[in-house]
Write a protein that binds this ligand. Structure first.
Ligand SMILES: Cc1cc2nc3c(=O)[nH]c(=O)nc-3n(C[C@H](O)[C@H](O)[C@H](O)COP(=O)(O)O)c2cc1C
Length: 195
């Protein structure tokens, strides 16, 4: 397709969501959840995973010469219309890899890439309260960074055997319906913040 063609125009009209998964694990339940939830979204949304596994540990000394993976992360956030955080809970908070990514893209002072980006926060864990505490901590961090988060519905998922079927879809129809409802509210939330 030539530049400026119909496919490119369609692409420009789509709502672009950057997905941030707070786990680097190959078999991550949260990555599976991200994949399953994004499939419930309407065609007009496109999803791009943000790579956070290759970021260096944040060091304020590097603020004026941020590493290429940090600049790439910040550009990907800026290019997105909205953000979807899908994270596990580590020791009753958000995982260090996720906080590291958040810190990187928030700096240098005055150049916070997260500001104003509408976000959704969901997660799944093997614990009974399904990432509730991690999500509260994450919402606090995002509020400070001026990143508005959808309040309801909260999505705290408890991973049990058979939560995902062999194709990686959410097995239980009731949970699928609940997540479709979340996606509907999330899309409206992102659109209400359209630039
Ligand atoms: C360092 C560490 C801390 C954890 N702390 C919690 C916790 O506070 N609450 C919880 O529900 N699960 C906790 N878990 C279990 C995670 O829910 C489980 O490992 C989950 O599969 C992680 O998500 P992932 O599959 O996307 O990697 C912890 C796991 C690790 C490795």
């Amino acid at each position: 397709m030539l530049p400026g063609g119909a496919a490119e125009e369609d692409e420009m009209e789509r709502t672009h969501i950057a997905v941030v998964v707070g786990s680097l694990r190959r078999e991550s339940l949260n990555r599976k959840l991200a994949n399953a939830v994004t499939k419930l979204a309407p065609e007009e949304l496109s999803f791009t995973p943000l790579e956070i596994g290759d970021l260096p540990l944040y060091d304020q000394d590097d603020d004026r010469r941020q590493a290429p993976p940090v600049l790439r992360l910040k550009q990907a956030i800026r290019d997105a219309d909205g953000l979807l955080f899908v994270t596990p809970e580590y020791n009753r908070s958000l995982p260090g890899v996720l906080k590291n990514a958040i810190d990187h893209a928030s700096r240098p002072y005055g150049d916070n890439a997260w500001a104003g980006k509408p976000a959704g926060v969901i997660g799944i864990s093997v614990g009974a309260i399904g990432t509730a505490v991690a999500q509260q901590h994450l919402r606090g961090v995002l509020a400070y960074l001026d990143c508005p988060t959808l309040g309801q519905p909260e999505v705290f998922l408890h991973a049990k055997e058979g939560f995902f079927d062999d194709a990686g879809e959410i097995a239980d129809p009731g949970t699928r319906k609940f997540l479709s409802g979340f996606v509907e509210r999330y899309v409206a939330w992102v659109k209400s913040h359209a630039r």
